[in-house]
Each structure stands twice: as C-alpha cells, then as structure tokens.
Design a protein around this ligand. Structure first.
Ligand code: APR
Ligand code: PHB
Length: 393
C-alpha cells in the first residue's frame, strides 16, 4: 500500500489532520490500534478556544459544534467560601465553546467516512521504519495479516503511550516532565448543571471542578490522592465530597444522579522536543501532555495539526520544505506557553500534600491578587481563551 501521509492514531489529532489533508487533495491513511467504539467511549475535556473552532470550521466539521456547543463568556473561581467571576467577554472581548471532545471525534469520524478516506481500525504491532529517509514506512498487522504502507511522511498522532515518539533515536529528543502528587476523580452524569459556567474551586478539602457537556449532562471532578482506587468512591461519596468543595448556593441547588462514567486520572506536564525527526512529525499528546486544569490538551493538538497541515500543503503545492522544517519550532512556542498556564492553574487551585504555611500564604496571595487586579484577570482570560495560533501566519 502507498499513501502520501501515514497517520498513526485516530484520536482528535489524527482525525483532524486526516480531514484537513483530505480536503486539500492530499492522500492519507489512518492506522488506529483500537476499535471505533473504543475511541468514541473515551471521555475527555470539552472546552474549545476560538482558534480551535476556526480550524474545525476550516476543516468543514463544525456544523453540530455550532448548533449544540455552548458559548461561555467566563469562568468562576472558588476560594475561601466565595466565588469570583473571570469575565472573558468584558476583559478581552472573547469566549470559549463548551463541546465534548467525544462529539468532535464523532463529527470527524463521520466526515472521514463520508469522504471515503481510508482508516484502518484494530491494527496491531504498528512500527515505523526509515524515518530519516525520503521513503519512510509503517508496518502493521491487521486481521492477522502483516502489511506495510510506504509514504512520504509519517504523522505520529498516537498519544502519550504510542509508538511514534519512542521510535525517534535516543539522544535526538529532550524530554521535560513534572508529575503532580494527586489525581482527578471525574464523574459524568445525566443531570442538568445548576451552574451556568465552569467553576474551578480551591477549597480547604482540595480542588473541585464543576463542568458540563450539555444542558442535561454534567462533568464534575475532585482532586484525590493518587493511590485511591475507583471502588472506594461510590457515587454517594463522590457527590458528598464535591458538594462540600464547591459549597455555597451551588451545593444547595445542585441535582445529583447516577454516574455514567467514573475514572481517576493522574496529572502530568510533559514536553518532548523537537517534535520532528526526519520525516516523522509528532502532534498532540504524542509530543506533550498538560494537566487538565487549563483545558488545553485538545486545543494544543488542534494547533499542532494546523501547523503540520500547513507545512504538508506547502510541500505538495510548492515543493518547499520550509514549513515542515520549522514545524517543531512553531508548535513549541505555543506548547510551552500552554504548559506554563496549565502548570500555573494547577499550582494555584490544588492543595499540595506536605506543604507548609508559607506555601499556603503565597497561594492565597496569588489568588487574592487575581481577584483584585484587572491586569491579572486579563492574563488569565487571554491564556484560558487561548493565545493566537500564530501571529505570523
Ligand atoms: N498504533 C496505532 N494507534 C495507536 C497506537 C499504536 N501503537 N498507540 C496509540 N494509538 C492511538 C490511541 O488508541 C488513540 O486513539 O492513538 C490515538 C491517540 O489519541 P489521543 O490519546 O486522544 O491523543 P490526541 O489525538 O493527540 O488528542 C489529544 O485528546 O487525549 C486527549 O488530553 C488529550 O485533549 C487531548 C487530545
Ligand atoms: C471537562 O469538562 O471535562 C473539563 C473542563 C475544563 C477543564 C478540564 C476538564 O479544565
């Protein structure tokens, strides 16, 4: 089999790249180790920056996003029993869209199927070869039969645990990592949210986030010890803890219901640089992970893919490698700013075990400054709503 771009991974990064290339007349094959149903069953965040919406518009997959997505003009931050609103619209004249990543994945899968582009699901033993050459290859096994795809470029969109990043020779990559001493326990439930906007709460019992997927579905999280097991968290215990952390009128008013999904996820900051080696390009979680507190994971995947798409389109239209050669550099400027913001949100809003009163006082001072300074609020708003994809493009 031969294609122009072999894409490994059918998460949002791989599917979005496939869709952009398809519309530009560039041939691509997507290889995914899981089934379609498994990919659609994964629950991830759902806050879209306007820049991400623009890329989805350009890709022609935003019809449902515009009809069903919720526009949010701000967020609330809870601290010491009070809630403070960060009004994006007033501060920077912009908003975010709340629309689940699962729905974006579904929209992209449907567009790919409608366009007749090739996606191979449930492939195993995916391996990349000759990535430093002009004719890289991807080998895999499907239905017990070994096969190989020859291509011009490989896009490693296979997430944090994929094969692409580890295939780059040791010594060519620098890895930066921070882990955090807690996880997020998340619950999805079919009840209407009693909060109009997302609430990020730093309570003395730990962090909680009140989010939503639609007017009838909530997504809520509490910070929990990493060693907690999901069986220890009945729905009753979760809602009780969530109520205590969110507090106030929201806790009194809120409606709870049985969880339709419940899981614990660790928090990590991770960046691999550069994001390319020869003709292998990493995009999305394959290259970087941010803790979910800033809601940046999907948005970074979208901007990587946008830059990669531009580089590939330039190569096929103009036979110029200029865009591809500066792919990593273009991505990393944005990636590190989102890594900084996500680390900052995580640091300010969680309770860190084993810290002293000095740490707590500095955290309280930082939040007090945020609530009292328009400049500090503008900075949060600008980063949360998303820095420009590329001021030079
Ligand atoms: N072979 C083929 N496919 C693979 C392999 C492999 N060896 N390893 C992983 N994959 C697939 C996974 O099954 C998954 O479907 O690659 C896909 C990667 O998708 P994501 O993990 O969703 O990563 P990405 O597309 O970069 O999306 C980034 O989604 O994961 C969230 O928090 C993340 O919001 C961010 C966004
Ligand atoms: C979510 O709705 O799952 C969500 C929203 C905002 C975040 C993280 C997760 O920062």
């Amino acid at each position: 089999m031969r294609t122009q771009v072999a894409i490994i991974g059918a998460g949002p990064a791989g599917l979005l790249l496939g869709q952009l290339l398809h519309r530009a007349g560039i041939d691509a094959v997507i290889l995914e180790q899981r089934s379609r149903e498994y990919v659609l069953g994964r629950i991830r965040a759902g806050v879209l920056e306007p820049g991400t919406v623009e890329v989805l518009d350009y890709a022609g997959v935003s019809k449902r996003l515009h009809s069903d997505g919720l526009t949010h003009d701000g967020i609330e931050i809870g601290f010491e029993g009070r809630r403070h609103r960060i009004d994006f619209k007033d501060l920077i004249g912009s908003s975010v869209t709340v629309y689940g990543q699962t729905e974006i994945t579904r929209d992209l899968m449907e567009a790919r199927a409608a366009g007749g582009a090739v996606s191979l699901y449930e492939v195993h033993d995916v391996a990349v070869h000759d990535i430093a050459s002009h004719s890289p290859k991807v080998s895999f096994v499907r239905n017990g039969v070994a096969d190989t795809i020859e291509c011009d470029f490989i896009a490693g969109c296979d997430g944090f645990h994929g094969v692409s990043r580890p295939s780059i020779p040791a010594g060519a990559l620098t890895l930066h990592e921070r882990t955090y001493p807690f996880g997020w326990l998340g619950v999805l439930a079919d009840v209407p949210p009693s909060w109009p906007e997302l609430i990020y709460a730093n309570s003395d019992r730990g962090f909680a986030l009140a989010s939503m997927r639609s007017p009838t579905r909530v997504r809520c999280y509490v910070q929990c010890p990493l060693q907690d097991r999901i069986e220890e968290w009945s729905d009753g215990r979760f809602w009780d803890e969530f109520r205590r952390r969110i507090g106030g009128d929201v806790a009194e008013r809120m409606i709870t219901g049985p969880s339709i999904e419940k899981g614990i996820a660790p928090l990590r900051s991770f960046v691999a640089e550069p994001m390319q080696f020869g003709n292998l390009f990493l995009a999305g979680d394959a290259a970087h992970i941010v803790p979910p507190t800033g809601a940046k994971g999907l948005n970074l995947a979208a901007s990587d893919v946008w830059y990669l798409y531009q580089g590939l389109r330039e190569f096929y239209r103009e036979r110029s490698r200029a865009g591809l050669d500066r792919y990593s550099q273009r991505c990393l400027g944005r990636v590190w700013k989102a890594a900084r913001f996500s680390w900052w949100m995580t640091t300010q809003l969680h309770r860190f075990p084993g810290t002293d009163a000095f740490h707590d006082k500095i955290q309280a001072a930082e939040l007090d400054y945020l609530f009292s300074s328009r400049a500090a609020q503008c900075s949060l708003a600008e980063n949360y709503v998303g820095l420009p994809l590329d001021p030079r493009s």
